[in-house]
Design a protein around this ligand. Structure first.
Ligand SMILES: NC(=O)c1ccc[n+]([C@@H]2O[C@H](COP(=O)([O-])OP(=O)(O)OC[C@H]3O[C@@H](n4cnc5c(N)ncnc54)[C@H](OP(=O)(O)O)[C@@H]3O)[C@@H](O)[C@H]2O)c1
Length: 285
């Protein structure tokens, strides 16, 4: 599997498997099937409510721990103990316990909301103790990312953000490259929104290579050096989503896909006050 090298020196598989919105009672089977299909990179979060099931699948797989790359995410901490740093350390321990692991490959701050500076100080401690091989963030817009970098010791290794043909993040990726932050796509298919799977451009490109729209999108991201973690509950699609390394998109095809960019989210804006209140009000643990 092709990898990217993070600023912590860690090798991260460029392609993985995400488990957002897979019901808890289906997650173990889905992750076991993904591993069986050859996937070695898993992405979950405390807020997905399925870390235990991911851990059960890892345990059942028999795959050596150092062959798997496991990411989970910290939900917004509300300082019930009075210290967001202490709560973050506790939340990290709880995630590790649920996953049945003693070390994470990547631990992310899930949202640029609440007291994420205190959360980041705790993540720096976790990293310096070797309990996570890399630490990073998710959903950080360029201004928040640069501010965090400017005022802390450790630069996030990764920023996991919505990235797909309708929201391509080219300028964001360039800024991250300059700052040593790896871009990781969430929602590579925009969860099918805006008719992604039937958009006329993508199937035509797929036909030219004997590939599906999903494979064209994943190949396009990997050719841009974007790490990506598609979700599926169907083993046939899991296999298809891993089979993207045997073809190359031409410059003309890349131009056609570039023209699909709207520059906007297909979901929501983390800077929208209504979203800030809604996400900030969600309590996990
Ligand atoms: N950091 C964040 O805030 C954040 C937010 C959202 C997501 N994420 C992460 O990113 C991962 C991926 O994003 P996502 O789950 O939101 O959406 P996504 O991967 O863009 O789309 C998933 C959808 O595409 C379908 N699909 C998958 N492979 C397909 C294929 N080969 N052909 C046709 N349809 C296919 C799936 O259906 P079936 O399951 O029925 O196959 C599912 O409906 C998540 O699982 C999560 O790990 C992170």
């Amino acid at each position: 599997m092709q990898t990217v090298t993070l600023n912590s020196g860690v090798e991260m598989p460029i392609l993985g498997f995400g488990v957002f919105q897979i019901p808890d009672d289906q997650t173990q089977a889905a992750v076991e099937a993904a591993i069986e299909a050859g996937c070695r990179h898993l992405d979950t979060a405390a807020s997905y409510g399925n870390e235990e099931a991911v851990g059960a699948a890892i345990a059942a797989s028999g795959i050596a721990r150092d062959e798997l790359f496991v990411t989970t995410k910290l939900w917004i901490q509300h300082a019930p103990t009075g210290s967001v740093e202490d709560d973050t350390l506790r939340a990290f321990d709880a995630s590790l316990r649920r996953l049945g692991l003693d070390q994470l490959d990547l631990y992310l701050i899930h949202q640029p909301l609440g007291d994420y500076y205190s959360e980041w100080r705790a993540l720096q401690q976790i990293y310096s103790e070797g309990r996570a091989r890399a630490i990073g963030v998710s959903n950080f817009y360029p201004d928040r990312l640069v501010d965090l970098i400017e005022h802390n010791e450790i630069t996030p290794a990764v920023n996991q953000i919505e990235t797909h043909p309708f929201h391509q993040r080219v300028a964001d990726q360039e800024l991250m490259r300059e700052r040593g932050v790896q871009i990781e796509s969430w929602g590579p298919f925009a969860e099918g929104r805006n008719n992604l799977f039937t958009n006329p451009v993508l199937p035509a490109i797929g036909e030219a290579h004997g590939k599906s729209v999903a494979q064209v999108v994943l190949r396009w991201l990997v050719q841009r050096d974007v790490v990506v973690i598609p979700k599926s509950v169907r083993p046939d699609r899991m296999a298809q989503n891993l089979d993207i390394f045997g073809f190359t998109l031409t410059d003309d095809e890349l131009k056609q896909i570039a023209a699909l960019d709207t520059g906007d989210s297909q979901f929501f804006d983390h800077r929208d006050p209504a979203m800030v209140i809604s996400l900030g009000g969600l309590r996990i643990d």
